[in-house]
Design a binder for this molecule. Structure first.
Ligand SMILES: Nc1nc2c(ncn2[C@@H]2O[C@H](COP(=O)(O)OP(=O)(O)O)[C@@H](O)[C@H]2O)c(=O)[nH]1
Ligand SMILES: [Mg+2]
Length: 269
């Protein structure tokens, strides 16, 4: 690349990109570099970035296998990649910090074992027509295809059943692939209070309760590798954070009712 080409590219990187892709990563040294390179090639092939610049934010925390160093090296080698590091292992916090660091008009959230270009293409078409402000990829819609083991598929159903029963959640899935317009969702992210696995659910549920237009589209899930994190070990935290979420949301509604303002599904939850 000539100096003038490099200068143009660097200037482009200084301007806000159209797309911000946020991927939380934890102990992914085995697949990180290959997955990132493959994803970048797919973005270019699908012209997802529309010829404009994009940024790919790797939000790492607490890895013990050198993932942080690989993310830093990828970022040093390519101006479009940014690596952020945020404390101890915490999926929700990493995702939240990644979203808060994003500068694009559109934010696309993915997982390193998925990197689903097809979801992002379909979601961007919907966001561009302004039919929705947040598009959630659902593994549980009738038309979705979920190749994960039965136990994990059942886990998705149980969590979402709990969210429907306790928080009037109307959708079928909250974890995983998402795409949204950054401006209308910025205050939704900022108002979230729980971390770890449940942040993603809180984000989707609050978006609906705060009156943002949310839609679900089916996804096909074929993980590049089985999750190394045991489902059972996630349960205590999910339940704890679900309790915290119910108290925060319901308590605020009760206070609003007591003050005579009335609690509404579409009010700030
Ligand atoms: N930063 C960060 N990323 C995580 C953490 N746990 C999982 N991830 C990432 O989140 C994504 C999904 O993780 P995965 O193990 O496949 O769980 P699944 O979503 O239940 O399939 C991957 O990109 C992981 O690297 C964590 O504690 N911190
Ligand atoms: Mg996975």
């Amino acid at each position: 690349m000539s100096d003038s080409e490099k200068e143009t590219r660097d200037q482009r990187q200084d301007a806000a990109p159209r797309l911000s892709i946020v991927i939380p990563v934890f102990n992914e040294s085995a697949i990180l570099e290959t997955a990132v390179r493959g994803f970048q090639a797919a973005i270019e092939e699908a012209r997802l970035d529309d010829g404009a610049a994009y940024e790919l934010i790797l939000a790492e925390n607490g890895s013990t296998d050198g993932t942080g160093g690989i993310a830093d090296r990828l970022a040093a080698e390519d101006a479009r990649i940014r690596a952020i590091h945020v404390g101890e292992p915490n999926y929700g916090r990493a995702l939240k910090e990644g979203i808060l660091a994003a500068r694009g008009e559109f934010v696309l959230c993915d997982e390193i074992d998925l990197c689903d270009i097809d979801f992002h293409s379909r979601a961007l078409s919907i966001l561009e027509t302004r039919a929705a402000e947040l598009v959630v990829g659902s593994k549980a819609l009738a038309t979705a295809s979920d190749k994960r083991p039965l136990f994990r598929r059942a886990g998705t159903r149980v969590i979402n059943g709990l969210l429907r029963a306790t928080l009037d959640f109307k959708g079928t899935d909250t974890h995983g692939l998402k795409a949204f317009r950054r401006a209308p969702l910025a205050d939704v992210v900022a108002s979230c209070v729980v971390e770890k696995d449940l942040f993603a659910s809180e984000f989707v549920i609050r978006a609906g309760r705060m009156g943002r237009r949310v839609t679900e589209i089916p996804v096909e899930v074929h993980e590049k590798r089985r999750t190394p994190i045991s489902l059972i070990r996630r349960v205590p935290n999910v339940l704890l954070n679900l309790g915290k979420l119910i108290v925060t949301i319901r308590w605020k509604e009760m206070r609003q009712r007591a003050e005579g303002k009335g609690g509404s599904d579409h009010g700030e939850g």
